[in-house]
Write a protein that binds this ligand. Structure first.
Ligand SMILES: [Zn+2]
Length: 322
């Protein structure tokens, strides 16, 4: 997907590191940071604050576990709350994320937007224990600046019609509505798969100079150059919530991984799945192509959390700490 000039500034949310930033290791890359908070600030007057099972056995106090405390712009953190919590929400950079029940904890992915300010920021978790007691855990997280590269693109006259800001913004609004829903169920598990093997032809967040215009916008996904007809695999388990033709992204599949996290696969030539279907990691969702606003055969792969577009490659290169 290519971002036309000036039309996507409001969604500057999607970005990648420029080539130089990708693969940097100075932001805790690949290091899982376990941030324990042994003394949660319990808001109620409950003496111990600890919950108890129906048999009276005290549950361990809630504990915060972050995949990293240093996260790039357009990166993500996996926040888990261990212990016997029954619900709650995370607040970071003015956005709120409900906790979803996971395998051994409650969790949410937390996304950092392209334009979120670098520097230390408080991350706060408000939780509720099974006995109704409420409490708060907090941790400082540092947002690390990403440098965005600039690419020059030229579109032919027939593709130019698709650069109409109204078409672009209508599609973005449609996608943002999908990406903003939080399914309170964990579908994903384990690591994340790159959907096709091929050269990265455009990174997430890259700025675009279209037909000689000034650099603007941010590329909302990762482009991988592959011949038309290459099988596109689901990056993780989830439910297909969209499999249809869009004007800019062409034939697109979107998978809901649960807990507010989505992956999207665009410009495909055909679909192998239908809306509502569950898919496993590695299942073929369709064949790659060159449909929609595309300058050559490739897969445009995007990831989003709670309506914020993120750098998909950070789900696979270790820089998110998971
Ligand atoms: Zn793209």
């Amino acid at each position: 997907m290519r971002w036309p000039r000036g039309s996507l500034l409001t969604l500057a949310a999607f970005c990648t590191l420029g080539a130089a930033a990708c693969g940097s290791t100075d932001a805790g890359a690949g290091v899982v940071v376990h941030v324990g908070s042994p003394v949660p600030a319990l808001a109620s007057s409950t003496a111990s604050g600890a919950a108890a099972t129906p048999t009276g056995t005290p549950l361990p106090p809630p504990e915060l576990d972050l995949s990293t405390t240093q996260v790039y712009q357009a990166g993500a953190i996996l926040v888990s709350v261990l212990g016997g919590v029954s619900g709650g929400s995370i607040t970071f950079l003015g956005r709120s994320y409900p906790l979803t029940k996971g395998t051994q904890s409650m969790f949410s992915f937390v996304g950092v937007d392209t334009d979120d300010p670098p520097g230390p920021q408080p991350l706060k978790v408000d939780f509720t224990l099974p006995n109704g007691t409420k409490g708060t855990l907090s941790q400082t997280v540092t947002v690390v600046q990403t440098k965005w590269s600039v690419d020059s693109l030229a579109f032919s006259a027939d593709k130019d019609a698709l650069l109409d800001p109204r078409i672009v913004n209508d599609e973005l609004a449609q996608l943002k509505a999908i990406y903003s829903k939080v399914t309170p169920e964990k579908y994903w598990s384990g690591g994340w798969l790159v959907p096709v093997e091929g050269p990265i032809t455009a990174r997430y967040g890259e700025q675009r100079s279209i037909n000689g215009g000034p650099p603007s916008g941010h590329h909302g996904g990762t482009d991988i150059g592959v011949p038309e007809g290459t099988p596109v695999k689901a990056t993780n388990r989830g439910r297909v919530v969209l499999a249809r033709q869009l004007q800019e992204r062409g034939n697109m599949v979107i998978i809901d991984h649960g807990g507010g996290l989505y992956s999207g696969y665009a410009h495909m030539s055909s679909f192998n799945v239908s809306e509502g279907q569950m898919v496993e990691q590695g299942d073929v969702v369709g064949m790659s192509g060159n449909t929609g606003l595309s300058t050559g055969p490739h897969l445009h792969w995007e990831m989003a959390i709670d309506g914020v577009w993120l750098d998909a490659l950070r789900f696979t290169d270790g820089t998110n700490g998971f």
